[in-house]
Design a protein around this ligand. Structure first.
Ligand SMILES: [Cu+2]
Length: 149
């Protein structure tokens, strides 16, 4: 008797795990309420005193410019990847702004040479998809009849 019950539970667990594994395949890159908006021609990235690039990820049109704004704490910008990365800003730079132009569509990553973990991403694309801040709420579900404990 116990043996049959154990087998049944094992079968149910296996089915549940299989369902979990297959549920990730239908994820679409854009949410149902995502909206395409044109990318800006110029974006500003601050190299902050908190050792971050802010915002960490920006999107700009092909041929657009990224303005790196340096404050009182020195930073560098070293490009790591991307289809056609612009020149690095290899020298420790303070209190100025330096512009870089990105021509080729794609994703570019960069980092600061002197601050481990200080990194950012530039996406070069004609448009970007907004992510909806408030996903549509599921309608409240009434309990099935006769489900009182
Ligand atoms: Cu830095």
């Amino acid at each position: 008797m116990h043996r049959i019950r154990f087998t049944l539970i094992t079968a149910l667990l296996t089915a549940a795990l299989a369902a979990c594994g297959s549920s990730g395949s239908d994820a679409s890159p854009t949410g149902p309420s995502g909206q395409l908006v044109p990318s800006p021609r110029t974006v500003f990235v601050r190299a902050t005193d908190q050792m971050t690039f802010a915002p960490a990820t920006v999107t700009v049109v092909p041929g657009g410019t990224v303005v790196f704004e340096f404050g009182g704490l020195g930073h560098t910008v070293i490009f790591d990847s991307g289809p056609n990365p612009p020149d690095d800003i290899p020298n420790i730079t303070v209190n100025t702004s330096i512009t870089r132009t990105l021509t080729a569509t794609g994703t570019y990553t960069y980092h600061c040479r002197i601050h481990p973990g200080m990194a950012g991403t530039i996406v070069v694309a004609d448009s970007t998809t907004t992510s909806s801040a408030t996903p549509p709420a599921a309608p409240p579900q009434a309990p099935p009849p006769g489900s009182y404990p």
